[in-house]
Design a protein around this ligand. Structure first.
Ligand SMILES: [Zn+2]
Length: 231
């Protein structure tokens, strides 16, 4: 008999499977990202209704199968984040945040931190006046938690704090003397990156950044992610 597992997690993504089934990707507290097969989920009388819609927090009981595609037995809704759903900017940020989790959190790794980080940010988003700030912070923190923390305290080689350039291949900021080439990262952006990575959530909720700075931070973060994860 396959092992029966009880866990809870956030629904990251769903996709159709076979005639009437659905695959649900869950960011679970107990086992990282897990893929669940939900039988009959596309029939008119869906066995679990909307419980497993994207962005819900649900308790699940499933049969653990060797194939890695586990079979859902029961699902109960725990939280559906009404404060996030009621606001388009928050919802948009939440969906992008879940997408990063889906793309980056490894499958079947018993590490509760990605789940807890994501849950904390979704709760914060529900009261956020500036959702893009939280999204920017989440991206940096998820990368850090998964072992890709950018070095932001001066040049990675010599510690200098002037003339710093973003060099993802070397783990963050590098000064010109140590081989940094290209445009310098303004100190304003350096401070913002550091704050996004380290401020407590309550302080992040008060942080405001201009849209063009957020765009630049997203560009730097994506470049860092691409290079670091390709290794
Ligand atoms: Zn240096």
């Amino acid at each position: 008999m396959p092992e029966l597992v009880r866990d809870h997690g956030l629904v990251l993504r769903t996709q159709d499977h076979a005639e009437t089934d659905r695959l649900v990707s869950l960011l679970a507290e107990g086992r990282g990202r897990v893929e669940l097969l939900v039988k009959g989920a596309r029939r008119l009388e869906r066995p679990f209704g909307a419980v497993l819609d994207v962005l819900n927090l649900a308790e699940v009981i499933y049969y653990r199968r060797r194939s890695g595609l586990h079979l859902l037995r029961e699902a109960t809704l725990l939280q559906d984040f009404p404060g996030v759903r009621a606001d388009l900017a928050r919802l948009e940020a939440a969906l992008l945040l879940l997408r990063w989790a889906w793309e980056l959190v490894p499958r079947e790794v018993p590490d509760p931190r990605p789940f807890r980080l994501t849950l904390g940010f979704l709760h914060a988003l529900g009261e956020s006046p500036a959702p893009p700030v939280l999204l920017a912070a989440y991206r940096l923190r998820l990368l850090s938690l998964l072992g890709y923390r950018p070095a932001l305290q001066g040049c990675v080689a010599c510690g200098r704090r002037e003339s710093l350039v973003w060099v993802p291949e070397r783990g963050g900021l590098v000064c010109r003397a140590c081989g940094g080439e290209g445009p310098e990262v303004p100190s304003r952006i350096q401070r913002a990156l550091d704050g996004l990575l380290r401020l407590p959530l309550a302080a992040l909720l008060r942080l405001r950044l201009p849209p063009e700075d957020l765009q630049e931070i997203e560009r730097l973060t994506r470049a860092f992610r691409e290079v670091q994860l390709a290794r």
